[in-house]
Unconditional design. Structure first.
Length: 154
């Protein structure tokens, strides 16, 4: 596992498109546009610290990247937290969790998630949210995530 830098932006953008593809939510003719728009966002957000990314890569040469996961750091309005203190934010939303098919079900996804969560804890972030796809739900539950009261209007 290593933290992604600007040279990884094309890979991170590919991971986002591949994730939506494997979730059955991306029409083939939208893949290029989604990848380009994601790379464009990351060119600002990654150097600026709004987006933090991690990649998993093989230890043996050619050390191909086999997956990735990221977190977007975003402000929240102050809110009460169970236990008394106020939650002042920012919060992190986990995004772009993706492992290449040939490497799935070997713990790579969990290792990526642990790398992201460890870094978030180190930087003092106490509130972490995500939207779970079917493939990831059990992994997130294992890490302690619980379903929330979020609603959506499209
Ligand atoms: C979701 C995703 C990232 C999980 O990646 P992964 O590397 O397979 O994750 P893990 O290996 O850590 O865990 C997956 C399962 O493999 C099991 N596993 C882990 N290591 C294992 C091993 N050595 N042998 C057998 N099973 C193992 C885990 O227990 C887990 O099982 P469960 O889902 O029944 O609880 C991957 O399936 C993926 O990229 N899916 C498509 C994109 C997607 O949906 N992303 C999530 C968006 S929210």
């Amino acid at each position: 596992m290593r933290q992604a830098d600007a040279t990884d932006i094309p890979l991170l953008a590919y991971h986002r498109a591949a994730m939506f593809r494997d979730m059955g939510k991306l029409a083939p003719d939208q893949a290029d546009a989604l990848t380009r728009a994601t790379a464009s966002y990351l060119r600002t957000a990654l150097p600026g610290g709004e987006y933090l990314g991690w990649v998993a890569q093989e230890t043996a040469a050619p050390a191909a990247v086999i997956g990735g996961a990221g977190a977007q750091i975003r402000p929240i309005l102050p809110r009460p937290r169970t236990g008394g203190e106020l939650e002042l934010g920012p919060e992190a939303i986990i995004l772009n969790v993706y492992v290449e098919v040939a490497w799935r079900r070997r713990g790579v996804g969990e290792a990526l998630m642990r790398a992201v969560l460890d870094a978030l804890v180190q930087s003092g972030i106490r509130r972490v949210v995500l939207h779970a796809a079917e493939d990831g739900r059990r992994l997130y539950e294992r890490l302690g995530f619980v379903a929330s009261n979020e609603m959506r209007l499209e």
